[in-house]
Design a protein around this ligand. Structure first.
Ligand code: GAP
Length: 642
């Protein structure tokens, strides 16, 4: 995936989000918490609208999908069965100083010069022994590294006599009179990109010099000259913040855990769900038994998910708490379709995906959902120009998946995943069936009727074909035989197609897409840059704003408030009487309100009866204005915003 960095645009968006109340850093007054974000008044409305568009498109407007609203914490056995306890991990590498981890695949290539140490250790246990090196990318980097080591040492105070084999760090702490550590940093060697402007205090003296001079003063410390530095290019082996050499990659489970119950022991351990999907599988049988759904059908859910992402980044793009909108669409296995319909419609270029057909196999269903989701995005303004697709290659797929496509959005920081649509086979339901011991099969009368008609020879041929096919897909013949035995009685575990979208990523996508700057010259001839958030009206946080031309004219105010009171029952509306009309328009443009209504003296009929009870309707995107009868406003606006 391409990485076209346009940090300034992203910074502008982040700043607008705070200024206008779309997104705030969580717990900001306490310095924030990495990977957690709050949605302010406009952001909450935007998110709610996105949720509604998904809910309507995926469930309300369909006859074959029903909703679920499950708990965040479920029985821990769910996560064991799903594989999350054992395998939901990222490969991590760790900084030996700070213990900060980074995802191995998130380390950007770095350049710099190596500092080398022969070792450091402390009786309390944190230690880095033997030769190691550290990447220094700038003087600032050296300085922050120095501070970090100092704080580590100051946590480790002791009244014992300082070791004469001191380091620059020890010298610093002696100077501050607070370091008498038992820690020992032996024989440090330091190299830096320029070896200049390295400030340190030894005793009362502040040194601002090349590292070589500093180390010379620090007596027993040996220095390698700049010319001996190891120059590093495009290395991914150093921590991006600390520059320390990264440990070998190790799996790190991403699930947050807590304890349900008073003892808080391992047996009370529970997990915050890392995806909403598993609850759908776990409640599959209840949904089937309590409704009249029949395969093919889907269960959809919107809700919070939690992942202890090691490197949350790109604003809300990768957060630790986020919301998912997931559909599990259950379909019969291809073998069942073949038995019932004698053939399985497989996908080919140009296939008609508009109306599902009874003989569709998994591939058609998968393509169908890609098309459905693409149409959904187009309906809220994310067209082909801003989307892309990544069809996972065989070696990228999860072992149980038949196919997976990522729908990508062109974010300012690169083209990245918005949604994944996976054909997951029967993996999830089968796992839960095995682990829970509860049958999660469905019975299909049509299938049983088709099977009954087979002769013994046809049954044998059918089983042999299925075994052959499974064998080609590295599945055992024995399992194929067991599957066929159940299938021929009319039972099977449904397969699933899973369109799984991130609500926060979608919110970020529509925010970045909406962000537009225009140059304007004001009445005094000054140029200014104005921001317009060009949200699709269906998702805009506020649909309409109503203004009286002047706030001190009771007739104007009364009319404007009357319009506002009527409209706000049908759509998110704003009322604003502060400042000039131009300022009010600009405020609404920044909030992304697609329509503004101004009540003026014409509305009161002061210019003649033909304009009485008309208002100015202003369109955000092109600034055009028209006169509209008050009585027509609702009928005009409602279809555009819902
Ligand atoms: N049940 C399948 C599943 O969870 P996923 O690709 O891990 O698949 C689906 O997640 C979607 O959830 C992603 O496409 C993305 O939009 C969103 N998502 C995943 N991790 C996220 C994170 N850390 N922050 C924000 N959104 C995330």
């Amino acid at each position: 995936m391409s990485q076209t960095k346009e940090i300034p645009l992203m910074e502008k968006i982040v700043s607008l989000c705070k200024r206008k109340g779309f997104i705030f850093q969580s717990s900001e007054i306490y310095g924030g918490i990495n990977g957690f974000w709050d949605y302010g008044p406009l952001g909450a409305e935007l998110k709610r609208n996105l949720r509604t568009t998904w809910w309507n498109a995926m469930m309300r407007e369909r006859e074959d999908v029903v909703p679920l609203d499950a708990t965040i914490i479920m029985h821990p056995a769910v996560w064991k069965a799903s594989g999350h306890v054992d395998t939901f991990s990222d490969m991590m590498r760790e900084c030996p100083f700070t213990k900060k981890r980074v995802r191995a695949d998130h380390v950007e290539p770095q350049n710099g010069i190596i500092i080398q140490f022969t070792g450091a250790r402390s009786p309390s246990g944190w230690a880095f022994e033997g030769q190691f090196s550290m990447l220094m990318k700038s003087n600032e980097h050296i300085e922050s590294f120095r501070k970090r080591v100092r704080s580590l040492f100051s946590e480790n105070r002791s009244p014992s006599v300082p070791n004469r084999k001191s380091s620059i760090f020890k010298a610093e702490h002696e100077a501050e009179g607070n370091w008498k550590a038992r820690s020992e940093l032996i024989h440090a060697q330091i190299l830096a990109p320029t070896l200049q402007s390295f400030t340190v205090k030894v005793g009362d003296v502040s040194y601002e010099a090349k590292a070589s001079e500093i180390w010379g003063k620090a007596e027993e410390i040996e220095l390698l000259g700049e010319e001996k530095c190891d120059v590093v290019k495009d290395s991914k082996d150093f921590h991006p913040e600390t520059g320390a050499p990264l440990s070998t990659p190790k799996p790190f489970n991403l699930m947050f855990h807590s304890f349900a119950g008073a003892t808080a022991t391992e047996s009370d351990k529970v997990y915050l769900r890392p995806e909403t999907a598993q609850a759908i599988f776990v409640q599959f049988k209840n949904v089937v038994d309590s409704t009249r759904v029949k395969v093919p059908f889907g269960i959809g859910q919107i809700g919070k998910a939690f992942r202890n992402e090691v490197t949350p980044r790109n604003f809300t793009f990768r957060s630790r708490e986020f919301e998912q909108m997931e559909l599990e669409f259950f379909i019969p296995p291809d073998e069942a379709v073949r038995l019932i319909h004698s053939n399985v419609a497989a996908w080919s270029e140009g296939a008609d995906l508009s109306v599902p057909q009874p003989n569709w196999g998994w591939e058609m269903w998968h393509r169908y959902w890609v098309a459905q989701r693409t149409a959904y995005y187009a309906g809220i303004g994310l067209g082909a120009d801003v989307l892309d697709y990544h069809w996972q290659k065989m070696d990228e797929l999860a072992h149980y998946a038949r196919a997976c496509v990522d729908i990508l959005f062109k974010f300012p920081f690169g083209t990245e995943e918005l949604e994944g649509i996976a054909a997951r086979g029967d993996f999830d339901l089968t796992q839960h069936q095995k682990r829970s011991g509860k049958p999660l099969e469905v019975f299909d009368e049509e299938l049983r009727a088709a099977a009954v008609k087979l002769t013994d020879e046809q049954r044998r041929d059918f089983i042999a074909e299925v075994q052959e096919d499974w064998n080609d897909r590295n599945k055992s013949r024995e399992d194929a035989a067991i599957f066929c035995e159940r299938l021929l009685k009319g039972f099977y575990v449904p397969h699933v197609i899973e369109p799984s979208a991130g609500l926060d990523r979608l919110a970020l996508a529509v925010l970045t897409l909406a962000y537009t700057e225009i140059e304007k010259t004001d009445a005094k001839g000054n140029k200014e840059t104005l921001t317009i958030m060009r949200f699709h009206p269906r998702i805009a946080p506020k649909k309409v704003a109503v203004f009286p031309l002047l706030k001190n004219k009771p007739e104007l105010v009364a009319k404007a408030r009357g319009i506002y009171e009527t409209l706000k029952k049908h759509m998110a509306a704003d009322y604003d009487e502060g400042g000039s009309i131009g300022k009010r328009y600009a405020r609404q443009d920044e909030a992304g309100t697609p329509f503004c209504i101004t009540v003026d003296f014409d509305t009161l009929g002061e210019k003649g009866p033909e304009l009485a009870d008309t208002v100015t309707l202003r369109h955000r995107d092109d600034g055009t204005q028209e006169r509209v009868q008050i009585g027509e406003l609702l009928g005009r606006l409602l279809p555009l915003v819902s």
